[in-house]
Design a protein around this ligand. Sequence first.
Ligand code: ATP
Length: 383
Amino acid sequence: MADPAWFALFAELPRESVVEVEGTVRRSEKSNRGVELFPSAVRVITRSEVPLPLGVVDKVGADLDTRLDHRVLDLRKPAVRAIFELRAVVLAGFRRAFTDRGFLEVETPKLLRQGAEGGATLFPVQYFDQRAFLAQSPQLYKQMLMGAGFERVFEIAPAFRAEPSDTVRHITEFTSLDAEMAYIDGPEDLRATLEEVIRETLTRTKAELTEKDHPFAGGIPELTAPFPRIPFETAEEWLGRPGAEQDFGTEDEKVIGVRAEKEYGSPFYFLVDYPTAVKLHTFYAWRNDANPRKTGYFDLGFHGIEIASGGPREHRIDRLTENMTAGGFDPKDFPGYLEAFRFGMAPHGGWGLGIDRIVWMLTGLPNIRETRLFPRDRYRLDP
Ligand code: ATP
């Protein structure tokens, strides 16, 4: 029989305190877990303050802002921790799928002198007596590594975008899975590899989580159908505006996602053959001389959300510098990047895939912020 003093101690000890207990574990019909612990010694290691700003075992849910304000307590909930277990398995799966295909994992600088994606979403940084920027993507470095003869690289790293819009799918710091491949014949080589890598990663993730009876195992799709390639023009017809040459908005993407799933039985789909007028591509995108109206760029959608975007890059230095000038960039500002093209550069291409977006879609949660431990957005820098 346990000492009644323990009851008094535990009755008064605030929830979430940390204790060390020595005792005997016995089978018990009365307890939910089928066992009871009879203490012989108890030591309080840290007492929790009261009241808790956020309940950890309460059935009543708190709103997302309150949860994120007290994220450490929120992360103690098994249902929240489960998101990060899923995320870790997905990341491990991607690493393995790329490595098995001969891709080298790389890490490129996140403090840059120049951005590649245009000024509007760049975060400036005071870098001693110079101005620098946080990397929006590893784009230019991935290409430089093609110039270094690495041929196949991937990187899983933070990307920073000063997104002023407050949406459920944008955050200012996200994890980007970027890949770049040399000696491609065209965008289909890229799409085929991306499709394979996703299929393999999700198949492994589903198997591993199912074995553990994990709460997110059921939501991971079984990818039996090929990912359809939907021409931009077909998607425009689905939206009832053929030939409009207007980029797709959030609502359009949802409609396309539902239709793609209905017609092809696949939650993933490529949107291909973007018109040049729509995909406002930056200087590094390959120009399609055979059909200047179309780019080789594509997006990958998953349940109606864009999760990746990619295409072939320009490897001809004369075209590259022309594009820079036409886009308002000064080639003199990119000496290291351009040097990579001056001494032999293979045709190449790649893509960027948002890890947070794919994990978000796999969980079915309402907001992308839930997939990051400590998300950053327009208004949130703490905790
Ligand atoms: P969107 O049109 O959804 O704003 P984007 O066209 O700016 O995305 P890209 O520059 O093509 O995105 O980036 C490639 C991928 O990186 C996107 O498909 C997405 O998965 C991810 N991504 C880009 N911006 C964000 C963001 N602010 N928050 C979360 N993920 C992002």
